[in-house]
Design a protein around this ligand. Structure first.
Ligand SMILES: *Cc1c(COP(=O)(O)O)cnc(C)c1O
Length: 369
């Protein structure tokens, strides 16, 4: 048996007819930028998240940069990010000329540690960016009081948490602004690159729109130096079709996660992921922890099981960010996790038989170590 890490085929066959029809309209009209499809998706996604506004942009990294700029991150400022995230969270700050300041994460969920954030705040801090890693939602209610006492905005990196909730409220609607990515492998994935900023602050929404459109609201009237970052019309068609099914697909992911919990429970040496109290998770990734990770990973791959590491190097230990000057030992929780984490196959249409096979191979690999 082969089990892919992600299988987008079943999603594609569910939406194929709807997408073809939508694309026919776009191509007949030859309106490839903006248009009613983009506006309709933005409205639907804002409402899905529970935010007042959604601005579609080119990708998740742009969304992070635009959200940061809109809340006032400037060259020379500092942006607090978790040490274990996809590099884009830090990169967005760097692109502005600001300094990403990594902090450690909590031991249970590997989400940004509010106590570590508090210690990292300086007079130069211009934003705090919790990452809703693996389909969870970070402890935003603990960050907001710290941030507001210091007068600093919080921006959610919600690229992995589309449809997740914390204490009944939508991930991506909890702070001044949130950035998300519709990279094909995300819970809501486009047919290429796409992203969005969600916010309930109309002024932030306006600024993001302005910056993403060459600093101009009226053609050729450029108020500020912006950039070009658009959600393509073609992507909006795909995203609207998938958004209509996202609730159901996230529910299927939760069912798959529950099956993993049962199948893997009791395998000695495998630590299972746990949802934090108050969180409704959407299981973008199902991440276990094992001691002899690289060997176990190899065994899974050899048995035809798609497996990944998210992420093998914390931000501060990448070559790109060596210049930050944080050596090994700076963020022990994130560093230890990086050596133990293993992402198992996870997607809505993952079958019980596939999961049984994964559990079998994982148990054998761990026990015969
Ligand atoms: C995917 C991802 C991004 C970046 O999104 P792109 O669309 O690839 O630019 C940022 N942060 C996190 C946590 C992600 O998973």
């Amino acid at each position: 048996m082969k089990v892919p890490f992600v299988d987008l085929g079943s999603q594609q066959s569910e939406i194929a007819d709807e997408v073809r029809l939508g694309l026919d309209h776009v191509f007949e009209r030859t309106g490839f930028v903006g248009g009613p499809e983009v506006t309709a998706f933005e409205k639907a996604y804002a409402s899905f998240v529970g935010a007042g506004h959604c601005v579609g942009v080119g990708n998740g990294t742009d969304a992070l940069e635009l959200a940061m700029r809109a809340v006032g991150v400037r060259p020379g400022g500092e942006v607090i990010v978790p040490a274990n995230t996809f590099i884009a969270t830090a990169e967005a700050a760097s692109r502005i000329g600001a300094l990403p300041v990594p902090v450690d994460v909590d031991e249970s969920q590997l989400l940004i540690d509010p106590a570590a954030v508090e210690r990292a705040i300086t007079p130069r801090t211009q934003a705090i960016v919790p990452v809703h890693l693996f389909g969870q939602t970070a402890f935003v209610e603990q960050l907001l009081p710290l941030a507001s006492a210091a007068g600093i905005p919080v921006i959610e990196d919600a690229a992995q948490s589309q449809g997740a909730q914390r204490n009944g409220r939508g991930s991506g609607s909890l702070t001044a602004a949130a950035a998300t990515s519709f990279y094909p492998g995300k819970n809501l994935g486009a047919a290429g690159d796409a992203g969005a900023v969600t916010t309930s602050d109309p002024e932030i929404a306006r600024t993001v729109r302005l910056l993403a459109a060459h600093g101009s609201e009226t053609k050729y009237v450029h108020e500020v130096v912006g950039m070009n970052s658009r959600l393509d019309t073609v992507q909006a068609v795909v995203l609207s079709a998938k958004l209509a099914r996202l609730e159901k697909w996230n529910e299927l992911r939760r069912e798959a996660a529950d099956r993993y919990h049962v199948l893997l429970d009791g395998i000695r040496g495998v630590r299972l992921p746990e949802s934090a109290p108050g969180n409704l998770d959407v299981w973008h990734l199902y991440v276990v922890r094992v001691a002899d990770r690289d060997r176990v990973l190899e065994a899974l791959l050899e048995a035809g099981i798609g497996t990944g590491i998210h992420y093998p190097f914390p931000v501060h230990l990448t070559a790109a960010y060596a210049s930050l000057g944080f050596g090994e030992g700076s963020f022990p929780v994130a560093e230890r996790a990086a050596g133990e984490i293993l992402s198992l196959p996870m997607f809505p249409h993952l079958s019980p038989e596939q999961q049984e096979y994964v559990a079998e191979v994982l148990a054998a690999a761990v026990e015969h170590g």
